[in-house]
Design a protein around this ligand. Structure first.
Ligand code: TXA
Ligand code: MG
Length: 326
């Protein structure tokens, strides 16, 4: 069955309802089609990773209808304001310092920065407004395949994983947005796109381009979130002074020096999902790691999480944290 619906008032309203209740929507933008979810709903964001079959949690771009809507979520410094004024709405993503906000920690992969974009496409604009929430959206393709520029391409790649694909023809730009990091003193193009170095310099901002080698492996450019506290995986019991990141029941988790994990003080224990639901666990992962990352904890002991479905990405993240790989 095809999920493709021509974008009009009715299908946009239906898609917005689906987003509000945690669903996934194929959304046209002027660059490429996105796989959109409510950025404030951690479990919906977890479904994006599951649908794409991404083996790791990369941070996602949050889409807004207007740059003034971004101010409660991120810090727009002077360079960001100048770039927004010149190139939004349009094919540009800015990396900004994140403010405390309801955006899911999974959408930003636990980073202190957030990727934001105001797309120009009128269907994207309409759906963001109708949903009334920022939309997290990576390109709507399976991990490792090409970004889709037509509804049929989305259907082929993600078919039954989306509630609806809003069809609005081919994307004008056909290339992902330029990603420009303005979160530090330097302005850096992390991913080249239709807004170029020359365009940015023309408005009086000096900018450096990440080298070609870096661009071939954009993951290298990312500083990943890693807790300061050591992480110990596949724990079956707890050492004195360790905090516990649980998954499922803690009834049979013993503290080596005596007692049960269920008696740990609230600051020392978090449960990714008592029901062992991997969506819930993914949504809680970065927030809970951060909450347990305290100097008084000798380590964070993590219970075993099965390496199936979203568990693969969760374990990838935990292994990086455990070996302190940035
Ligand atoms: O044109 C586009 O940008 C499309 C449409 C749907 O908006 N989206 C897109 O998303 O291409 P995605 O997830 O495929 O690429 C997002 C890029 C990734 O390279 C990611 O690493 C980077 O943005 N990114 C996201 N948050 C970041 C952050 N806080 N710091 C550095 N890079 C970030
Ligand atoms: Mg992509």
């Amino acid at each position: 069955m095809s999920q493709i619906k021509v974008a009009n008032d009715i299908s946009i309203k239906q898609a917005a309802e689906s987003l509000k209740s945690g669903g996934l929507v194929g959304m046209p933008t002027e660059t490429v089609y996105g796989l959109a979810a409510d950025a404030t709903n951690g479990e919906a964001v977890a479904r994006i990773f599951e649908a794409k079959g991404r083996p790791a949690f990369n941070p996602l771009i949050c889409h807004f209808a207007d740059s003034k809507d971004i101010e409660t979520f991120a810090e727009l410094n002077d360079r960001a304001k100048a770039l927004a004024q010149a190139f939004w709405p349009g094919p540009m993503t800015l990396i900004l310092k994140k403010k405390d906000s309801p955006i899911s920690e999974l959408a930003t992969a636990g980073l202190k920065t957030i990727a934001v974009r105001v797309p120009a496409h009128k269907t994207a604009q309409a759906i963001i407004k109708a949903a009334g929430t920022p939309l997290a959206a990576p390109s709507a393709n399976k991990s490792g395949s090409l970004s889709p520029t037509s509804p049929a391409h989305v259907q082929k790649s993600l078919g039954n994983k989306v509630d609806v694909i809003l069809a609005a023809g081919h994307c004008d730009v056909g290339l992902e947005s330029a990603v420009i990091d303005v979160s530090t003193d330097e302005t850096i193009i992390l991913r080249p796109g239709a807004i170029t170095k020359e365009d940015i310099e023309a408005i009086g901002i000096s900018v450096t381009e990440a080298s070609n080698d870096d661009i071939k492996s954009p993951g290298q450019l990312l500083k990943h979130y890693a807790p300061n506290t050591p992480v110990r995986l596949n724990a079956i019991d707890i050492e004195e002074g360790e905090a516990l990141l649980a998954f499922g029941s803690t009834k049979f988790m013993a503290i080596k020096s005596g007692g049960s994990a269920s008696n740990l003080p609230d600051t020392q224990i978090r449960n990714l999902s008592e029901e062992q639901d991997l969506h819930e666990a993914a949504a809680n992962l970065f927030k809970m790691l951060d909450e347990l990352d305290r100097p008084e904890h000798k380590a964070i002991a993590v219970m075993n999480i099965p390496s199936t479905g979203l568990g693969i990405a969760i374990n990838d993240r935990l292994q990086r944290a455990a070996s302190a790989v940035e």
